[in-house]
Design a protein around this ligand. Structure first.
Ligand code: FAD
Ligand code: NAP
Length: 534
């Protein structure tokens, strides 16, 4: 057991994009800082999600750091949406370029973070008992980092290997000649299914909720586009900062109403945006995200495409989504629906025949047993709060974060929680986070946290803490904005509905520019809504 007596300025938990940049920024400010990371290297999401087909759904030219001009000029992406190994290589390049690893402790899972009110510092303890003390703690633990492995009956009895997309083995998995089951049809499943099907002898997909997916239209990165973007990267970044979701300024949303458009205009706009691909489909009309009536036109268009693609009408029918497009994150695929035309691929609709669980040789539903050699859980994450809830975080008077959040997460700006001084969350609940291109969101948070610490030091304060009224008002505002959209209409992880017993609360904040303006105004007004003490 090590008791690190030297008190650091800052402890950062997590070495994904957020933790890496936070460390770099802290060093630039002359702070002593250390990153604690459960994995054996940097990368976070891109370290853990090594499943076949994993890639980003925001274009690589935009899903990348912008804090360093030389970095964004020198790095070359190979594809429009680059694959996981390349994004991981980018993370490793950043770690080397800024010599980050020397202040990182890998294979270190943080078990607790306790605030000492007397010493006004955070004591952070790893699972193996090592301890660090720091004035500030930054939880860069990720929104989608705690896998959700459903508690299915018979999992212990199953004799084959079980994988989760979010914990994919580093050495990869060879499914050649194997009978494989994939449980789930979210983004991870939709990316991996076409590739698993290519290898496997047979593939059975267990679907609970059919999902909307738009072809990613992935392709090699166009060198002319790359050159044009790099000639004035700052301009694209600045224009993206004005986008509701922090990306896509090159393809502005058609602000027209689908309800007012003629049938020809509707068809033309949807088809054009279908060809743009993936998340950009949502830009066909300004109101499809706002009302279910408007959204239904987009849903009908996608259903038409699925019926065209899937040859067997029975399978096609099972694949037709009945939720609003985008109320679960829209999936971006490369040949997902077409995979169901393969003779060795079978779709099992769990709404017709519920999942009973696993048994020694495979997967079992109410009606049948499916003998398989491997099971893949593509069942997602305990999102937004899962990684934080697994750490015993205690603030003033020993209050646990899980107690403070028993009715759902409450946070001021997704950055701080009442009762937890000097503790910051990066892309916490109540921030734009998962509704945006997460890299600019992460950078904005890191800058805010860095500036906040610098201002505290310059003005002679030792602590900062969210005020209850400001937190309540912000939570109310986040919900009000969410309620004016189609987001709360389905059982997504945005509302915690994928985790049994999790309070149903719409967790992210819609509106990247408004959020950034709010943060700037809060700082300009001397940290309005925060209490600072000397
Ligand atoms: P993460 O990358 O999740 O890193 C958090 C780190 O904290 C992890 O390494 C974890 O091990 C560590 N950690 C957590 N708890 C502890 C603990 N107790 N002790 C020690 N370490 C801990 N977003 C987009 O904007 N565009 C995309 O295209 C996109 N694609 C995605 C694809 C997948 C498959 C997934 C799962 C997510 C995707 N996201 C995407 C969201 C993605 O999570 C973010 O873009 C971004 O990578 C998050 O970075 P982060 O540093 O905040 O968190
Ligand atoms: P997800 O979207 O939560 O999908 C999980 C799937 O598993 C859903 O189909 C869900 O069904 C199913 N499921 C969960 N529990 C189940 C159970 N007990 N029995 C049967 N089915 C069950 O998770 P994900 O696909 O990992 O994606 C999570 C998020 O990560 C995405 O929304 C996205 O933000 C990000 N991501 C992005 C990309 C990308 O394209 N760049 C790729 C992967 C992930 P229900 O819908 O019925 O709950």
């Amino acid at each position: 057991m090590t008791d690190n007596t030297q008190k650091l300025d800052l402890i950062i938990v997590g070495a994904g994009f957020a933790g890496m940049y936070m460390l770099h920024r802290a060093r630039q400010q002359g702070l002593t800082a250390k990153v604690l990371e459960a994995g054996s290297d940097v990368g976070g999401t891109w370290y853990w999600n090594r499943y076949p087909g994993a890639r980003c759904d925001v274009e690589s030219l935009e899903y990348s750091y912008q804090f360093d001009e030389a970095l964004q000029q020198e790095w070359q992406w190979s594809q429009r949406y680059s694959p996981q190994p390349e994004i991981l290589a980018y993370c490793q390049h950043v770690a080397e370029r800024f010599d980050l690893r020397r202040d990182m402790e890998f294979n270190t899972r943080v078990a607790s973070a306790h605030f000492d009110e007397g010493a006004r510092c955070w004591a952070i303890t790893a699972e193996d008992g090592r301890r660090w003390d720091a004035q500030f703690a930054v939880m860069a633990t990720g929104c989608l980092s705690m896998p959700n492995v459903p508690d299915v009956a018979g999992a212990d009895a199953y004799t084959g290997p079980i994988y989760h997309t979010g914990r994919w083995p580093k050495e990869g998995v060879d499914f050649t000649g194997k009978r494989v089951a994939v449980i789930g049809t979210g983004s991870s499943a939709i990316q991996s299914i076409p590739l698993i099907a290519k290898q496997a002898k047979s593939l059975t997909v267990f679907q609970r909720t059919p999902n909307h997916s738009v072809p990613a239209q992935n392709r090699p990165l166009d060198p002319t586009l790359e050159k044009a973007v790099k000639a004035n990267y700052a301009d694209l970044r600045a224009r993206n900062a004005q986008e509701l979701v922090g990306f896509g300024a090159r393809h502005p949303t058609n602000q027209g109403s689908v309800l007012e458009a003629s049938p020809e205009e509707r068809q033309a706009q949807f088809e054009y945006h279908w060809q743009l691909g993936g998340l950009l489909f949502m830009r066909a009309f300004g109101d499809t995200g706002l009302s279910t009536e408007a959204n239904e036109y987009a849903a009908e268009f996608i259903r038409g495409k699925i019926k065209e693609k899937v040859k067997d009408p029975k399978t096609a029918r099972k694949l037709l989504p009945d939720t609003a497009v985008g109320c679960k994150r829209l999936c971006a695929d490369s040949g997902y629906f077409e995979t169901f035309n393969e003779p060795h691929v079978t779709l099992v609709d769990l709404r017709e025949t519920p999942l009973k669980g696993l048994y020694a040789d495979g997967v079992e539903t109410d009606e049948a047993r499916y003998e398989v050699d491997a099971v893949v859980f593509a069942t997602g994450f305990d999102a937004m709060t899962g990684a934080l809830a697994r750490i015993d975080i205690r603030g003033r008077s020993g209050q646990a974060l899980t107690e403070a959040w028993v009715e759902g997460p409450k946070s001021y700006l997704g950055l701080q929680v009442v009762g937890f001084p000097n503790l910051f969350t990066v892309t916490g609940p109540g921030s734009p986070s998962v509704l945006t291109n997460m890299l600019p969101s992460i950078e904005q948070h890191v800058r805010f946290i860095g500036d906040t610490i610098a201002d505290l030091q310059a003005e002679g304060y030792a602590t900062i803490e969210a005020e209850p009224e400001a937190q309540e008002a912000w939570v109310g505002h986040v919900n009000e904005v969410g309620d004016a959209t189609i987001y709360p209409t389905c059982n997504s992880w945005y509302v915690g509905a994928n985790i049994p017993g999790k309070p149903r609360v719409f967790m992210p904040y819609l509106g990247f520019p408004a959020y950034c303006e709010k943060c700037d105004a809060v700082r300009a007004a001397g940290y309005e809504g925060f209490h600072r003490a000397a």
